[in-house]
Design a protein around this ligand. Structure first.
Ligand code: ZN
Length: 162
């Protein structure tokens, strides 16, 4: 069975930057399970999976534009500290939820001074060309219920609250 939309795919992956520094790997925990074609994966990786089957091992190069997008300098903003009142120990590297023109968004604190903080709303992997090593472990039809819920069910059904 080949991978196409509405197939459940279970796979292991390792992802590296263009200098082969490891960013993340499913081999350290459990394989990734998802419904193919519903936008769970970044577009550049999803398209590489089309037509693949169980046992396939391959390398996929995904340019930043087909991955987490390019970096936008405009997503870096310096704002008054009082916008984040009630948050203790504001420090570089902290992730916050912030209200922006585009809705609620995760931002990372990249600078803190006396009364201002600088936050970066870019995805941490934005602007980075990625290299994936992928191993396909399982391909099956998604059930009606899984397609409705938009996620994969393990043994014993949903296990999520809806
Ligand atoms: Zn469910």
């Amino acid at each position: 069975m080949n991978i196409e939309n509405n197939k459940v795919v279970v796979m292991h992956y390792a992802v590296m930057d263009s200098e082969e520094n490891l960013i993340d790997s499913s081999y350290d925990h459990k394989p990734l399970a998802f419904i193919h074609g519903n936008g769970f994966l970044i577009p550049g990786l999803e398209s590489e999976l089309n037509g693949k089957k169980v046992g396939d091992k391959f390398v996929a190069d995904v340019a930043a534009a087909d991955g987490y997008g390019e970096r936008h300098d405009g997503f870096v903003q310096t704002v008054p500290k009082e916008m984040f009142q009630g948050i203790e120990d504001l420090d570089v590297g902290m992730q916050l939820r912030a209200q922006t023109d585009e809705g609620e968004q995760t931002v990372i604190v990249i600078g803190v001074d006396e009364d201002e903080i600088t936050v970066d709303g870019n995805h941490p992997l934005a602007g980075i060309d990625l290299k994936f090593e992928v191993e396909i472990l399982e391909v099956r039809d998604a059930t009606e219920e899984e397609i409705q819920h938009g996620h994969v069910h393990g043994e014993g059904g949903c296990g999520h609250n809806h």
